[in-house]
Design a protein around this ligand. Structure first.
Ligand code: DAH
Length: 340
């Protein structure tokens, strides 16, 4: 056997016997790196007689490959041994469950919106969408609120252009007019969505919140139909019959207009939610004003309608006992995780 072969064999024996990864690294260093055997062999080539050069180069490469393969095999053996040790060691418990992937959940507003959409579609309503950046026409004018009308002050409006023709919708009511443009009467529609008001925020006021508009257009509709629909709605939301009362309420787009109060579902004696009054102001509504039907291209001599504006954010707060509306859009995971 040549000296070279003997040298390589000795190296391979050392690698196979290396006690740990560190010892293995040291052997690799002394053979493969800068001052290693292989490097020295390669560096010596120019000084050799020409007829020996090729063989020496080949040998250096052969050695390099042999060392690399042996080292890699030894390293795999270390890893397998470490895994075996871990598996058989006292610290290893194969029955410990794996890490659970984190799961997201629906936002409470989304959840209640979807429930209500299911409820309303089961009653023959279609679900419509409208733009959040809205024309003044749809948000005000078509709803019987002309430019200089004092009712404009009821809603502090974010305006998007100097002329005031474009606004962030202050309510979902413009969805009524858009619904009338899109559908032939008779029809029933709801329009859930975000609305915006330029307001100082506090626990019960937020610049962005959610409403759900409802509109029913048909022949000879009366306040009785309106009340019936609202009671069905509340039964769906609270899962049981809820007593209601109507108070007169003023909204330019309905006549007559009402504030519908629901018996507080949380108490019998009065509580903080109903402010001890036993009634919760829940649903402004009314019979659609003839001017609004006309704005939507519907003849008020033939058709009548009722409309309601459900405060979705408020309903979500009631449902889950949330005491500050600002939690809803805070994006705070500590809040949202409670609905997982
Ligand atoms: N749009 C009104 C608001 O945001 C709420 C409202 C009142 C909607 C009466 C209606 C209605 O559809 O009939 O204050």
């Amino acid at each position: 056997m040549s000296d070279r072969q003997a040298e390589l064999d000795a190296l391979l024996v050392r690698i196979a016997a290396a006690p740990d990864a560190e010892a293995l690294r040291a052997i690799e260093r002394e053979t493969l790196e800068k001052e290693g055997v292989v490097a020295r062999l390669l560096a010596s080539i120019p000084t050799l007689p020409p007829q020996e050069r090729k063989a020496t180069g080949q040998w250096a490469n052969q050695m390099k490959r042999a060392v690399e393969e042996a080292a890699s095999a030894r390293r795999s053996a270390f890893e397998a041994a470490a895994l075996d040790a871990e598996r058989s060691g006292a610290g290893f418990d194969a029955t410990i469950p794996g890490k659970r992937p984190e799961r997201g959940s629906l936002h409470p507003v989304t959840r209640v919106t979807r429930e209500l959409e299911d409820l309303f579609t089961s009653m023959g309503y279609v679900v419509l969408d409208g733009p959040e950046v809205e024309l003044d026409w749809y948000n005000f004018e078509a709803l019987n609120i002309p430019r200089d009308h004092p009712a404009r002050d009821m809603q502090d409006t974010f305006r998007c252009d100097p002329e005031g023709n474009v606004v962030l919708r202050t309510h979902t009511s413009p969805g009524q007019v858009r619904a009338m443009e899109r559908m032939k009467p008779p029809f029933r529609a709801i329009v859930p969505g975000k609305v915006f008001r330029q307001e100082t925020t506090d626990a019960s006021h937020e610049h962005t919140f959610h409403q759900m508009e409802g509109l029913v257009v048909g022949r000879d509709l009366s306040v009785g139909h309106l009340i019936g629909a609202m009671k069905t709605l509340l039964r769906g939301v609270f899962g049981r019959e809820i007593e209601v009362r109507l108070r007169p309420g003023y909204f330019p787009f309905v006549e007559p207009g009402f504030e519908l109060d629901a018996r507080c579902p949380f108490c019998t004696e009065g509580c903080s939610v109903c402010k001890r009054s036993r009634w919760i102001e829940l649903l402004p509504c009314g019979m659609v004003h003839p001017n609004v039907l006309r704005s939507g291209g519907i003849d008020p001599e033939v058709w009548s309608g009722f409309a309601f504006g459900l405060g979705l954010s408020r309903l979500v707060m009631l449902r889950y006992g949330i005491d500050d509306v600002r939690h809803l859009l805070s994006g705070d995971l500590r809040f949202l995780e409670q609905f997982a």
